[in-house]
Design a protein around this ligand. Structure first.
Ligand SMILES: NC(=O)c1ccc[n+]([C@@H]2O[C@H](COP(=O)([O-])OP(=O)(O)OC[C@H]3O[C@@H](n4cnc5c(N)ncnc54)[C@H](OP(=O)(O)O)[C@@H]3O)[C@@H](O)[C@H]2O)c1
Length: 308
């Protein structure tokens, strides 16, 4: 059996990055994490960094703004996964340059982890945000770097844990605000599953230069279906407040940053585009749960049970 690729995670101390680091180490990949030295003294992140050591991950110190540290880190591995945050999307051009200079990378997974970018119709400011990610895709392709793009749709922790209700930490029990008419299908994926599918893809020739869509069939639901699933669990009918698209668009225009960005991301994810109405073109993409049936993903139904 071919040995497992050495994986470098950039942004491993971030929200989704920590799940990727854990999944990589658990799958037996020699795992490296680029850490900013200043983050070592962060009260919560320092504990996270300690936990990386217990998984056997190797910590490399560096920063996106220190190009040489990137090249040094990249030279030690086979695969680079970026989970850098929204503010750093543009700066991934430095990662692309460092990968070119290092010359040894078999696969690059840029920071995506969201919608199918080629099939979205976002409004501003989400549109500009998605365009930054698209520019990074085009730069990777122009440089001829082998890649996989991960479309993991909505993180469960962001959208299911409170049923998309602002300022709640659990799904509501009295009323629910529904953006749009609630009839657009979305995909909700638990973060551990995003990690497991992403790591499966890194050494898989079937995902080379393709988009991996994480669309487990049991997790594709309209918001109305989601609400009804939750209502059945708590045996209560919620009062439903619909904010239809025109009103939502007005709210996006009137809200300051970052509320306008959050609302426009939700608009793109849950109101505007049915995440599943486009067939995956096999020359461009593959679906994760079909490719890796051995991953026992958490269904939305099961996920919500934890909150009953
Ligand atoms: N689908 C969804 O529901 C969803 C939700 C949220 C995000 N996302 C996407 O997921 C991806 C990751 O976002 P996230 O929210 O997980 O990110 P995040 O929590 O903001 O984490 C950002 C990471 O980047 C690191 N970083 C920042 N500046 C750096 C620098 N100069 N040099 C090196 N490292 C640096 C941070 O390190 P420090 O710890 O040192 O600061 C941290 O590890 C993004 O593409 C985002 O759009 C998707």
């Amino acid at each position: 059996m071919a040995s497992k690729s050495k994986i470098l995670v950039l942004g491993g101390t971030g929200y989704i990055g920590k799940f990727i680091v854990k999944a990589s180490a658990e799958a037996g990949h020699p795992t490296f994490v680029l850490i900013r030295e200043t983050t070592l003294s962060h009260p919560e992140k320092s504990k996270l960094i300690e936990s990386f050591k217990t998984y056997g991950a190797t910590l490399l110190y560096g920063d996106l703004s220190d190009y040489d540290s990137l090249v040094r880190a990249i030279k030690q591995v086979d695969v680079v996964i970026s989970t850098l945050g929204g503010q750093q999307i543009d700066n991934q051009v430095k990662v692309i340059a460092a990968i070119k200079e290092a010359g040894n990378i078999k696969r690059f997974l840029p920071s995506e982890f969201g919608l199918d970018l080629d099939n979205q119709r976002a409004v501003e400011p989400a549109a500009s945000f998605f365009n930054k990610k698209l520019k990074i895709r085009r730069a990777i392709e122009a440089e001829g770097i082998p890649y996989t793009y991960i479309c993991s749709y909505a993180f469960a922790g962001y959208f299911l844990a409170n049923l998309g209700q602002q300022n709640l930490t659990a799904p509501p029990r009295d009323k629910v605000v529904i953006l749009g008419d609630g009839n657009v299908k979305g995909v909700y994926v638990k973060e551990e599953d995003v990690g497991a599918y992403t790591i499966k893809a890194v050494d898989d020739p079937r995902t080379l230069n393709k988009t991996l869509h994480i669309r487990p069939p049991a997790n594709v639901l309209t918001f109305n279906e989601l609400v009804s699933l939750w209502e059945n669990k708590i045996k209560t009918t919620l009062h439903k407040i619909y904010i239809l698209e025109d009103e939502l668009l007005k709210k996006i225009q009137e809200s300051p940053f970052p509320t306008n960005l959050m609302l426009s991301l939700v608009h793109a994810t849950m109101v505007k585009v049915d995440s599943t109405n486009n067939e995956i073109d096999p020359s461009l993409g593959v679906e994760a749960s079909e490719l890796y049936p051995e991953v026992k993903y958490t269904s939305v139904d099961n996920y919500l049970n934890a909150f009953v």
